[in-house]
Design a protein around this ligand. Structure first.
Ligand SMILES: [Zn+2]
Length: 314
């Protein structure tokens, strides 16, 4: 693969490999006269993660909710072949799943997004870092001293993977017109409870979009609802927050996202009772079609920018 990653501010390009602070200074003008989403626009920061894979004539976006049992692991491939993994699930599951979605001899991931440092989201990252060349890691910057997380950070450091805090206002351009907008965190969440500080992002390509809700609870949904313009929330599909737990997916949030599809990652007969029947009920009453990894296996959603098609495998 001939690929390169380039990070730059919209105005001032930054040298590759340089550690960047992605909290731009506050706008000069008084912000009170603007609605909050105007501030969002002012702070927008573009990040380019381009990968050009010439072997295949891909002309679409692939999103896969990998069946890793109780946890999350989401694979994204842009129309130009940029590949991103959002979370890596529990231990011993991820490599087998990656083999199904990655080209046979390709061992490069353009970026990894750690939504938050809980075991069911990060346990697979040690395997990923040992087996794939990862160019960048985006994370919420939550302080977590678990041996599991510290080990992943250590491996990433040894392999000189650049670590970038994900912050609201960042737009990851992943090629072919596909982008990932970071909607949360909006500030330093170092001391936050892990779920509450989850990275929330929206992947979009043409008319197709997927809201990636991490494990964010209802209180975090409220912050996002208050700060985000509705066109950046409304999405074709929702990666349902916290495996369908009743602590996420408030009626207000679901109404704002207004997805056609609810994608739920949960382990078969998991001990948490995910997804919660009350959450499934909200989807059913709203006419939202739910797909779940415990029933459908890996969920593959492909889009040509206009329409989306689903397929599944176990
Ligand atoms: Zn989780």
């Amino acid at each position: 693969m001939n690929s390169k990653a380039l990070i730059k501010n919209e105005k001032k390009p930054l040298a590759e490999g340089r550690r960047v602070t992605l909290r731009p200074s506050a706008p000069q003008k008084p912000v009170k006269i603007f609605p909050l989403y105007a501030v969002f626009a002012l702070l927008a920061m573009a990040i380019f993660l381009f990968s050009l894979d010439l072997r295949n004539s891909r002309r679409g976006l692939t999103f896969a909710m990998l069946d890793v049992g109780q946890g999350d692991a989401l694979f994204i491939e842009s129309p130009t072949g940029t590949r991103i993994l959002v979370d890596a699930g529990p231990p011993r599951k991820i490599l087998g799943q990656m083999a199904r979605v990655m080209p046979a001899l390709d061992r490069t991931l353009d970026a990894v997004i750690i939504t938050h440092p809980d075991a069911d989201h990060i346990s697979g990252f040690a395997d990923i870092l040992e087996n794939y060349k990862v160019k960048e890691i985006f994370d919420p910057g939550i302080a977590d001293d678990s041996a599991l997380y510290q080990n992943i950070k250590k491996i990433a450091e040894e392999k000189s993977v650049q670590n970038i805090p994900a912050r609201r206002g960042m737009r990851l351009n992943i090629g072919g017109g596909a982008v990932i907008d970071i909607l949360f965190p909006d500030a330093d969440v170092r001391d936050w409870e892990t779920n509450a500080g989850s990275v929330v992002a929206r992947l979009s390509y043409g008319d197709t979009s997927i809201l990636l809700a991490g494990d964010s609870p209802i209180d975090t949904e409220k912050i996002i609802l208050a700060q985000t313009q509705r066109t950046l929330l409304k999405s074709t599909a929702l990666k349902v927050g916290h495996h369908g737990s009743k602590n996420s997916s408030s009626a207000e949030f679901i109404e704002a996202v207004a997805p056609k599809y609810a994608l739920i990652s949960a382990g078969k007969e998991n001990r948490y009772g995910h997804p919660d029947p009350a959450v499934l009920d909200i989807f059913e009453k709203s006419g939202i079609q739910a797909f779940r990894t415990d029933e459908h296996g890996t969920i593959l959603m492909r889009s040509d920018g206009k329409t989306e098609a689903f397929s599944f495998y176990k």
